[in-house]
Design a protein around this ligand. Structure first.
Ligand SMILES: C[S@@+](CC[C@H](N)C(=O)[O-])C[C@H]1O[C@@H](n2cnc3c(N)ncnc32)[C@H](O)[C@@H]1O
Length: 234
């Protein structure tokens, strides 16, 4: 089953994303934003209802049936997140846009398409997390940034792993959070609620120069996530 969390949970995990978007709109007049692993898309709609036509928002899912406007509105009304005002809003506005693609492959967007991207509870299911990190950097505009939750909370880390995204360097294997200390454009962050995420700040070049070592399914076989290990390319 796909979890479709609301903005309040996103803000708990990744901090006040609304403020980041409001600042971009104040500076540029508009903001172009991508959610990676949007589920039904309730959060995209909450943000769109707040910023209206100043926000162009796209959602990416691997499975088409996981998200679309109608599903999001139905679930949002059922959960009490959306009311009549939201339904009326979409009688007069175009809806958020959904795309279907594997976030671990090439992202289906031109270089420099977005001011901001975010992702929660999705990257654990993505195979090539390093490629995704480089792709996120590619699709950001100069000055753009992204907040990406790459791990699960410790209580969900079933299997013999403490991190789903690891790098072999200097004979040691370390988590991406420990590794990015030395990487320009990537920062390991922790939200006020204690949730770890990776911040990507746009750079002209790929932030990660690594090659895959292994991809291994871990956790619940019904809904497995993937431990992705890389080595540094000299
Ligand atoms: C557990 S749900 C989380 C949904 C939402 N972010 C939330 O927090 O409620 C994972 C979402 O990620 C998407 N997803 C999983 N693997 C993906 C991949 N490789 N590429 C793109 N989307 C993926 C699924 O389609 C699903 O919508």
């Amino acid at each position: 089953m796909v979890r479709n969390r609301t903005y309040e949970e996103l803000a708990r995990r990744l901090g006040p994303v609304e403020t980041i978007i409001a600042d971009i709109i104040e500076r540029n007049g508009t903001a172009s934003v991508l959610e990676i692993g949007a589920g039904s898309g309730i959060i995209m709609h909450q943000l769109h209802l707040k910023f209206a036509d100043a926000l162009e928002i796209y959602g990416l899912n691997r499975q088409f049936h996981h998200g679309n406007h109608q599903l999001s509105m139905e679930e949002g009304v059922e959960f009490g997140t959306f009311d009549e005002r939201a339904v009326r809003f979409y009688e007069a506005h175009r809806t958020p846009m959904y795309l279907c693609a594997d976030a671990g492959a090439s992202l289906p967007f031109a270089d420099g398409s977005f001011d901001f991207a975010y992702s929660q509870a999705t990257i654990p299911f993505v195979r090539d997390k390093a490629n995704l990190t480089n792709e996120v950097n590619r699709i950001l505009r100069p000055g753009g940034s992204a907040r990406i939750q790459v791990n699960l909370p410790p209580k969900f880390m079933l299997g013999d792993t403490d991190s789903l995204f690891k790098i072999e360097a200097g004979g040691n294997v370390c988590s991406i959070e420990a590794f990015v200390d030395t990487v320009d454009g990537l920062t390991a962050m922790t939200s006020e609620a204690g949730v770890q995420y990776l911040e990507v700040d746009k750079r002209p070049q790929n932030p990660l120069n690594v090659a895959p070592v292994s991809f291994e399914y871990v956790g619940d076989p019904e809904c497995p996530y993937i431990e992705s290990i890389y080595r540094l390319i000299a």
